[in-house]
Design a binder for this molecule. Structure first.
Ligand code: HEM
Length: 179
């Protein structure tokens, strides 16, 4: 069953605080391990999103009607998006010291998802929660409370930046005008 919107577990994503130097090192070190299994982890994250929040499949023309897990796992569109998500996160992690680059990558992402793919911003919040969940499960040795805290901050920054871009491109007007 679809999880409820606005669950407490992801509420903290709305209150980002700046990354400390220690946070940056924690993110980079843990990501280096995760990124070694880029394809598998990316697919695991997206599958978890689509299983926990089935309505998130609506945006993907090729698998929006798929319900079988095995079928979903094989979808080229799912695997491509998994790779794109992982590569984008990799770019962000590589540029933690470069706020201008971070801002421009996030702005492009926000624009593409708002204007081209028309994804409701709440799905970015769901995806952030799912990323934290899957990393905690699959990399429990690496994801100490401190490391998880650093990731929570980064994901909160991503979410805030995406929602800011959505507002800039007029998403509020768009959704209220279409009911
Ligand atoms: C951290 C979060 C995310 C990242 C980094 C990300 C990244 C990307 C990238 C790089 C692309 C391809 C470039 C483009 O079209 O501009 C893309 C396409 C797309 N994204 Fe995302 N995405 C994220 C979250 C989401 C979410 C939450 C959804 C919907 C539930 C979504 C739906 C889509 C769709 C439908 C496409 C087009 C797919 C296609 O053409 O096959 N994305 N995403």
């Amino acid at each position: 069953m679809e999880r409820m919107q606005g669950e407490g577990e992801v509420d903290h994503l709305e209150r980002p605080s700046p990354l400390t130097d220690k946070d940056k090192v924690n993110i980079q070190d843990s990501w280096a391990k995760v990124y070694q299994n880029c394809d598998d982890v990316g697919v695991a994250i997206l599958i978890r999103l689509f299983v926990s929040y089935p309505s998130s499949k609506q945006y993907f023309s090729k698998f929006k009607n798929m319900t079988e897990l095995e079928e979903l796992e094989k979808s080229a569109q799912l695997r491509n998006h998994a790779r794109r998500v992982m590569n984008s996160i990799n770019t962000l992690v590589e540029n933690l010291e470069n706020p201008d680059k971070l801002a421009s990558v996030l702005k492009l992402l926000g624009k593409a998802h708002a204007l081209r793919h028309k994804v409701e911003p709440v799905y970015f919040k769901f995806l952030s929660g799912v990323i934290l969940e899957v990393l905690a499960e699959e990399y429990s040795d690496v994801m100490t409370a401190e490391v998880a805290g650093a990731w929570t901050k980064l994901l909160a920054t991503i979410y805030t930046s995406i929602t800011t871009t959505y507002k800039e491109v007029g998403w509020t007007t768009l959704s209220s005008s279409t009911g």
